[in-house]
Design a protein around this ligand. Structure first.
Ligand code: HEM
Length: 217
């Protein structure tokens, strides 16, 4: 079906690519230096990733800007490139980038916990993260073996390859959903209270006009 003169699958691909670029921009801004001495320290910047002082920022930037975004670009290649060989090469490039950024991101979180002597795997986020990482790694290896299959079994039926390939797609979709869950729970961990706080607001009567708080009563 066409939408705005563009096939619907391509439109979704363009929207996904746009949102992936927005994600990179947002996480880059979020990872700016946090000037703790000024009023901007209230803004919740992550601070610059640093292997000695700010390993968690490394974890977040790599998992979101690297691992998550690579999965998006790796998946949409099939929509845009009609040449299957190029689509496969670029798909492998992005999925490998995802694997590398994910491995270093995991290392940053694990190392951070080791440095501050904290137990591993104690939060819902860490368990979603482990499931996501495991599934992604299985899907990566499965995709690798799938690519090798025709070389070792030249007479393999096309229908069997198609079925095995769709299972690879399913694994990819599941690990992508788990990435979203990991990111959402990671953000919730980072900001235990996701809300706003008014300075100098003391209520003596019920709050019947919440909007007015924003401008000061
Ligand atoms: C796809 C994305 C992500 C994956 C797969 C992931 C995975 C993980 C894993 C496996 C751990 C446990 C490490 C350990 O116990 O040694 C962890 C820890 C952590 N992650 Fe993530 N993470 C992701 C994104 C995020 C995001 C977006 C944030 C914050 C905004 C975040 C913040 C944290 C923090 C603060 C810890 C240490 C505390 C804890 O275990 O919850 N992560 N992550």
């Amino acid at each position: 079906m066409l939408a705005f003169g563009i096939p619907e699958s391509k439109l979704w691909g363009i929207i996904s690519a746009g949102l992936a670029i927005v994600t990179i921009a947002l996480v880059t801004v979020w990872a700016q230096e946090n000037p703790m001495t000024s009023i901007y320290s209230q803004t919740g910047y992550l601070g610059k990733p640093n292997w000695t002082h700010n390993r968690v920022a490394f974890h977040i930037v790599l998992m979101v800007g690297g691992f998550f975004v690579s999965q998006i670009f790796g998946a949409i290649m099939w929509i845009f490139l009609s040449d299957k060989l190029w689509a496969q090469l670029i798909h492998i490039f992005f999925e490998s980038s995802g694997l590398i950024t994910m491995a270093i991101g995991l290392l940053a979180a694990v190392y951070d916990k080791n440095v501050i002597n904290t137990a591993h795997l104690t939060t819902m986020h860490s368990w979603y993260g482990i499931f996501c990482i495991s599934l992604y790694s299985i899907s990566y290896m499965y995709g690798f073996l799938l690519g090798m299959l025709p070389a070792y079994f030249p007479n393999i039926e096309l229908k069997l390859i198609t079925n095995l390939r769709s299972f690879h797609g399913l694994l990819g979709q599941l690990s992508f959903c788990l990435s979203i869950l990991s990111i959402v729970t990671g953000i919730m961990d980072q900001f235990a209270m996701t809300g706003c706080e008014y300075i100098n607001l003391t209520l003596t009567t019920p709050d019947t006009d919440p909007g007015a708080n924003y401008y000061g009563k």
